[in-house]
Design a protein around this ligand. Structure first.
Ligand SMILES: NC(=O)c1ccc[n+]([C@@H]2O[C@H](COP(=O)([O-])OP(=O)(O)OC[C@H]3O[C@@H](n4cnc5c(N)ncnc54)[C@H](OP(=O)(O)O)[C@@H]3O)[C@@H](O)[C@H]2O)c1
Length: 232
């Protein structure tokens, strides 16, 4: 897919990976709607800030109504409450599902007609290595990313007839606010944004951005015993 000349919309574009994605698309010649809960927090030059809270259906509908010609949609907005499924606040568990699963779904539903009207169109959902493996201390986030992965697989089939390609990006820790507490190795989100846009351009259905994601994906065939050896 040619990026130059296309119109793109990135959710959560005011900071973190979303800001890098918006910049990368802008630098490759796309017109970019930088969607954010607070559009005044978008500090990137040369993009069009727009209000969009993925958990607010009215906000999603308004964003779809106030944009045109969107051919590339990147669902990047994400929460990370660190809620445990067993002991965490259920409101936090719901927030993870509302953001990653229902929010992404709501945005895709709202923008599907605009995407269908383009000669070629693409959706990229920012998933995680945690779509494939769960940690007890962030079980709610992992469940939400897993649900978003399943959504990605279903919708790529439903949207294929209208010519919209749907892909998912799997990545481990990146150096953003979300992983501020993490001391282990983190990817540079600018590098991940480049890989992501390369993947859209290449029409990849799945973008595996780092070694940990490749290892865990390969480990899926080994089942619970392979992924959770501590339970043996
Ligand atoms: N960082 C990692 O290690 C990592 C690893 C794998 C996958 N990911 C995924 O990568 C994506 C980007 O995360 P990040 O690392 O860039 O996180 P981040 O720095 O914490 O940024 C999160 C972004 O999402 C926005 N957001 C949160 N809730 C929203 C909502 N309801 N509506 C609209 N925007 C909302 C935030 O906006 P505000 O400024 O308004 O809060 C912010 O722009 C997420 O989907 C995340 O799950 C991250």
């Amino acid at each position: 897919m040619e990026i130059t000349g296309k119109t793109a919309l990135v959710t959560g574009a005011n900071r973190g990976l979303g800001r890098h994605l918006a910049r990368e698309l802008r630098d490759r010649g796309a017109t970019v709607y930088a969607a954010a809960r607070n559009p005044q927090s978008v500090d990137l030059a040369g993009v069009i800030p727009i209000a969009l809270d993925v958990t607010d259906p009215a906000s999603v509908a308004a964003a779809a109504a106030h944009t045109e010609n969107v051919a590339i949609l990147i669902n990047n907005a994400g929460s990370s409450t660190g809620a445990s499924l067993l002991t965490g606040d259920l409101a936090d568990v719901r927030l993870e599902l509302d953001t990653h699963f229902f929010g992404t779904l709501e945005v895709i539903r709202a923008f599907a007609p605009q995407l269908a009207a383009q000669r070629e169109s693409a959706i990229l959902n920012i998933l995680s290595v945690l779509s494939w493996v769960s940690f007890p201390d962030s079980g709610a986030y992992c469940a939400a990313k897993s649900a978003e992965w399943s959504l990605t697989n279903a919708l790529r089939q439903e949207l294929a007839p209208q010519g919209t390609r749907v892909s998912g990006l799997h990545v481990g820790y990146m150096d953003t606010d979300m992983a501020r507490h993490v001391s282990s190795a983190k990817s540079n989100p600018a590098d991940i944004a480049k890989l992501a846009v390369d993947g859209i351009a290449a029409g990849d259905a799945e973008i595996i951005a780092d070694d940990i994601s490749r290892q865990v994906q390969a480990g899926l065939s080994s089942g619970v015993a392979g992924l959770y050896p501590q339970l043996a």
